[in-house]
Design a protein around this ligand. Structure first.
Ligand code: GLC
Length: 806
């Protein structure tokens, strides 16, 4: 079943049936002011931090309420409805709704009783408040008398947890007043006598506003209970039913911002108003309100600015293939998903409630990979930041606080860090993610000088980027388990796999192997021959260990526990086949051709399903070893044999690297959100963004997906698609174009910016190969290679490159 469609030209996903199987969300704003909105206007906002800057309340597990509600009441008939289908929820026989989720804005259109409304929600570029711009048009033949009401449910306290759970406190600190055209909420108003910088118990007064521009306020309400009524709900609030908000204000209990205006509309007439919401002191609030006296013009201009901003980012990489699903994702929605994950990490969604007040090391270093081809300088800044969160011993800080202060942080070796973050120890994999990420950045940009930039360590010392990478190698070398592979420490990529402090993970061993290959390229560039010898010897030793101990007939095992148990052997009753070691054996360049082919074939036959490959199989139940935390989950779910979507990206990449274009694309489509647009009732999640996992074949809800938007899947599948399927594989000196595509494709085109130059790449596949090449034309010259040297490219004008695959 389908609930909407992709409008690629406008970069919108248009929801035509508002009864979506879950709230389908969109992200507005920036790290300074973040906002989430669903297709029924549910959602919340926060300034800077979802944990400590929460402005709009949202109740998790409550099916998407409250939200940014706008009500329309016909004052003659007393009938009322909302600009989004919910919360009033009129019968869909008479109420027509379309939600246009765009890039950083959402426009919800409704038609009911001859009245057309368009509610446009956005956060203006570089601003720290939000706008709900409402256009209302009378499409009937009679004059209409309407009351328009906006409702914003403030939190009582910017701290999300305090607002939700500490009611003996939070119900007695908020009050509202009405100023000119807005509700002003003050939290801790009794502290207004404090001087600048003074606090009581770290508290100061905080002001929020909810204002109306473009029309006069006819009545207002600052008290949630008065607005809604004791026994009513958001669908029939007293204030809307009565057509008058009663001008009540709050002192204690729950505050809100509710503002009404009465409009008369002649047939064909349109009115344009705007509600403004933010965490703003009174003076600034007044200035903001004054800038929206003509909402129609201002809002149109601001929307155009947002579109230009994002359009520019996406323009650096655009593709046209025979698959419209692939194109919609890569060109717009998947790209936006990568940016949102890059920006928000795992902080705020409808599942993450904002309390994760920091960056997970591995997650963030991986997330960077998703945007390197679109915004390499944004990526570089984040890489610098993450390097500054690497401890001087080479390990990563498992959690990097949003308040991270490089050079002065405690580490997992300090009890204070453990207490503050809840992370008891280093993880074996964290710093190893730096290698592919930095390699991708340097090769995309050709910025080899980056390796010599000096960056501080988290706790003390500083070093060049090259030095940071060497220390990451040192860290693993100093933490080897009993067989000589990196020790498990506190989990590897798989949070649910506790192999023990001295246990060993084959996944990490393969990452380590790959890290050495990458660092060797940098060492060669730097003529660091002594280090090359060291790397060669270390890598050979590691190769021997992995080869001798981890290959088990037709698969790579998952690792060894501290006690020496082997995890993931062919004969184990549960979890005898694991996905990641197979794909990483290929990605890392470790597996021989025969091993790679056998292991990947086994993945296909044993793990693959219609929705992607499960993380391992059979699920843990009666035979979980002590550190197999996955057993706490239902079978077929998350790490317990769920289809962990991030791993699909590595699978796609591995197949593509092997030249198996058909299979790479098959895996791509199985888990692609867009490809499931017509199975939305099964997938449940938004068809335009990834989720953390899909329920596997062991679950009665096989195919249902979860944990929308903020997931490592975004970056990993992006890499699998761009580097893998489309074959854009830059190195220090140029770009290799090595597509691995479905044989049935006739070809595809790519518009790509590369090192300040523009490339128009056309791949032709008349003989229907799934990989390989015959020759290539670069600006009219034919070569019998698929490698574009940087120096051949013209800096002005388009570079026309045609690759003949067959
Ligand atoms: C979650 C975590 C990530 C971890 C993955 C697998 O996505 O955010 O850090 O690697 O689960 O356990």
């Amino acid at each position: 079943m389908q609930f909407g469609y992709f409008d690629n030209e406008n970069r919108e996903y248009v929801i035509t049936n508002p009864k979506t199987p879950a709230p389908w969300a969109n992200y507005l704003g920036s790290p300074e002011y973040g906002a989430l909105i669903s297709n029924n206007a549910g959602g919340y906002s926060f300034a800077k931090s979802g944990a400590n800057g929460r402005i709009l309340r949202y109740v998790f597990n409550n099916f998407d309420q409250p939200g940014r509600y706008i009500y329309i009441r016909d004052n003659d008939s007393k009938d009322y409805w909302s600009a989004s289908w919910q919360p009033v929820g009129k019968s869909l026989d008479t109420y027509k709704s379309e939600c246009h989720h765009g890039i950083s804005y959402t426009k919800i259109m409704a038609d009911y009783s001859d009245i057309h409304t368009e509610a446009l929600y956005y956060v203006p570029l570089n601003k720290t408040y939000e706008v709900w711009n409402l256009k209302v048009t009378n499409n009937g033949s009679e004059k209409r008398n309407l009351t328009l009401t906006g409702y914003a449910e403030f939190t009582n306290n910017s701290n999300y947890e305090q607002d939700q759970v500490n009611l003996q406190y939070s119900l007695f600190i908020s009050r509202t007043s009405f100023v000119e055209n807005r509700i002003r909420q003050t939290v801790h108003g009794n502290l207004d006598v404090l001087g600048a910088g003074e606090t009581v118990d770290d508290k100061r007064p905080t002001d929020r506003i909810f204002g109306l521009a473009g029309a006069d306020v006819s009545s207002y309400c600052g008290d949630k209970e008065v607005f809604i009524g004791r026994c009513n709900g958001y669908g029939n609030p007293d204030g809307v039913v009565n057509g008058d908000l009663g001008n009540a204000l709050s002192y204690n209990e729950n505050s809100c911002g509710a503002l009404s205006t009465v409009v008369e509309l002649m047939p064909g007439e349109t009115k344009n108003i705007a509600f403004i919401l933010g965490l703003k002191e009174n003076d600034e609030a007044e200035a903001i309100m004054n800038s929206y006296t003509d909402p129609a013009d201002v809002c149109e201009k601001e929307l155009a600015e947002l579109k230009t901003y994002w359009g520019e980012k996406f323009s650096h990489f655009q593709v046209q293939t025979p698959s419209k699903e692939f194109d919609s994702m890569i060109n717009t929605w998947h790209a936006y998903n990568c940016f949102m994950t890059f920006i928000w990490s795992r902080a705020a969604s409808f599942i993450y409630c904002g309390l994760r007040n920091g960056y997970g090391y591995r997650d963030t270093v991986q997330d960077i990979q998703g945007i390197i081809h679109l915004a390499p300088e944004m990526a570089a800044d984040k890489i610098r930041f993450m390097l500054s969160a690497q401890v001087a011993n080479g390990g990563g800080l498992p959690l990097v606080k949003f308040t991270h202060n490089a050079g002065h942080e405690d580490t997992p070796d300090d009890a204070s860090y453990v207490k503050e973050t809840g992370h008891p120890a280093y993880r074996a994999d964290d710093a190893l993610w730096l290698f592919p990420t930095i390699y991708k950045y340097v090769t995309e940009t050709g910025n080899l000088a980056f390796m010599d930039e000096v960056i501080p360590y988290a706790n003390k010392d500083e070093g060049t980027v090259y030095d940071h990478l060497k220390r990451a190698i040192d860290f693993s070398m100093k933490h080897l388990g009993r067989h000589g592979m990196p020790a498990g420490l506190y989990a590897d990529w798989n949070d649910c796999l506790r192999l023990g402090k001295d246990g060993e993970s084959s996944f990490v061993a393969l990452q380590f192997y790959y890290a050495m290959t990458i660092l060797r390229k940098f060492a060669e560039y730097k003529n660091d021959s002594e280090y090359i010898s060291y790397l060669d010897k270390s890598q050979k030793d590691l190769w021997n260990v992995i080869q001798n101990l981890c290959w088990n007939e037709d698969r790579f095992i998952r690792g060894f526990t501290e006690k020496g148990e082997v995890i993931g052997k062919r004969t184990d009753p549960e979890a005898n086949m694991w996905l990641n070691p197979q794909s990483w054996a290929v990605i890392s360049g470790f597996a021989s051709k025969a091993q790679a082919e056998a292991a990947m074939e086994n993945v296909y036959t044993q793990l693959n399903t219609a929705f992607g490959a499960v993380l391992m199989d059979p699920p843990y139940h009666a035979h979980a070893f002590d550190g197999a935390l996955a057993v706490i989950y239902n079978q077929g779910v998350k790490e317990n044999a769920g289809i962990f979507s991030q791993s699909q990206g590595w699978l796609i990449l591995a197949e593509a690297l092997l030249g198996h274009g058909n299979r790479a694309f098959e895996y791509y489509m199985e888990n692609s959100p867009a490809a499931q647009n017509d199975k939305a009732e099964v997938r449940k999640l938004e068809p335009y963004c990834y989720g953390q996992f899909t329920e596997g074949k062991a679950s009665p809800h096989f195919g249902r997906s979860h944990v929308h938007w903020l997931t490592g899947t975004a970056s990993t599948v992006m890499v699998g698609s761009v580097e893998g399927i489309l074959g854009m594989r830059p190195d220090f000196y140029g770009l290799r174009i090595a597509p691995s595509i479905p044989a049935e494709w006739d070809g595809f085109t790519v518009e790509k910016d590369f090192r300040g130059k523009h490339l128009h790449i056309e791949v032709k596949n008349p003989g229907h190969a799934e990989s390989g090449f015959k020759c290539m034309e670069i600006n009219g010259q034919t070569i019998f290679n698929n490698y574009v040297k940087d120096e051949w490219l013209m800096s002005n004008g388009d570079n026309i490159i045609t690759l003949y695959m067959s």
